[in-house]
Design a protein around this ligand. Structure first.
Ligand SMILES: Nc1nc2c(ncn2[C@@H]2O[C@H](COP(=O)(O)OP(=O)(O)OP(=O)(O)O)[C@@H](O)[C@H]2O)c(=O)[nH]1
Ligand SMILES: [Mg+2]
Length: 348
């Protein structure tokens, strides 16, 4: 899963990246050839640890979140623009966005306004992209009426300043738009970068409502404070977190917030070679889970053998799960639940 950190100049994007990954900002990042620094968060997962030990797996593969800290190009990034336009092609490739808003050093912009400014850049970029496509459609012949109508509906929405993530679309419309990688459709958390003494301060109700209307959600992070904690040993890290009223480090809280906001669950594949955790959209089917593992496995899908995590935790072996009649044989359309351990039967 790829998440890109965006935000105004000096909003603390690199500090947020540091707080989440433990990787300090790279001085060479402003180099135009090297537009992003990558950092990985391996998601801590007790269920996966349990599967690894019971199956005696040689390898453990947790869910990984890759964060991208982009470097704006000072020549392109005009002070009045919230986002360097040359970053947009990189942003298109992300699964989710983290929009950083500064709330430190005397800066207290209305959170909703700051987020709206950033979101506005995404809205503008999508409008621009769709408009160029509509121009080209003028010269095309063939069955383009549906495409034209879909683009027009999106553009009307964007013209009102609304991001596409808040527009309900049919599966057919979404399929029509799939080649565009529209940025205002990407799920996003607004990272409120604050001082340590406001790490647990509530978000004002008016801000919360305004964000919600854009399909956004606030996530508070005292980035400079949590970046410094990486210098400490784990015990010291824990203690200072607790003093600040925080129950877990930034990366764990962020993963939870993203999972909730994106509506994700985790399923597992387990065996002696490896125990593997996979993220999946809540409500997704066995076939979608198979596709997550490998497109060949989805193509040759016959059925899935599914064990719920609770049954496995109680019985502690596949053989006992089978004897107890708790192994489910599921077809391609059955829904996979959080914690399910699945084995896909397929032919190639
Ligand atoms: N006091 C305080 N300072 C911060 C915080 N976050 C960032 N800063 C400072 O703000 C300045 C900018 O932070 P960066 O993380 O480099 O911001 P950025 O958004 O990556 O900046 P650019 O990449 O240049 O656009 C640095 O001097 C940071 O030390 C914070 O939470 N509290
Ligand atoms: Mg930076």
């Amino acid at each position: 899963m790829k998440s890109g950190i965006i935000g105004a100049r000096r909003a603390g994007k690199s500090t947020v990246f540091h707080a989440l990954t433990g990787i300090a900002p790279a001085p060479g990042l402003s180099d135009a050839r090297n537009r992003a620094q990558l950092g990985q968060i391996k998601v801590a997962d007790e269920r996966l640890d349990f599967l690894e030990s019971v199956y005696g797996s040689k390898k453990k593969v947790p869910v990984e979140l890759t964060l991208f800290d982009f470097a704006a190009n000072p020549k392109e990034h005009k002070p009045e623009a919230a986002l360097d336009p040359t970053l947009l092609p990189l942003v298109r490739d992300m699964d989710a966005l983290l929009m950083v808003v500064a709330e430190f050093g005397g800066e207290r912009p209305a959170l909703a306004d700051a987020a709206a400014t950033l979101d506005g850049e995404l809205v503008f970029s999508d409008f621009d992209q769709l408009e160029r496509r509509v121009e080209r459609l003028r010269k095309e012949k063939g069955p383009i009426e549906f495409e034209r109508a879909t683009l027009q509906r999106c553009m009307t929405w964007l013209e009102h300043g609304k991001p596409l993530r808040t527009l309900d679309m049919t599966a057919q419309e979404l399929a029509q738009l799939s080649s565009f990688a529209l940025v205002s459709r990407k799920p996003a958390l607004v990272v409120v970068n604050c001082e340590a003494d406001r790490a647990t301060a509530p978000i004002a109700e008016t801000d919360e409502a305004a964000l919600q209307a854009r399909g956004l959600e606030a996530f508070r992070l005292a980035a400079a404070f949590e970046a410094e904690l990486w210098e400490l040993d784990p015990a010291g890290h824990q203690e200072l977190l607790r003093d600040a009223g925080l129950e877990a480090p930034a990366r764990e809280r962020l993963v939870r917030a993203l999972y909730r906001h994106l509506g994700l669950v985790t399923f597992y594949t387990a065996g002696e070679p490896e125990a593997h955790a996979w993220p999946l959209r809540r409500g997704a089917t066995a076939l979608e889970a198979a596709a997550r593992i490998h497109s060949d496995i989805a193509r040759g899908f016959i059925r899935a053998e599914v064990i719920s995590f609770e049954d496995f935790a109680r019985l502690r072996s596949e053989a006992r799960v089978r004897e107890a009649g708790k192994l489910r044989l599921e077809g391609r359309d059955s829904v996979i639940n959080d914690g399910d351990i699945i084995h896909v039967r397929f032919k190639v």
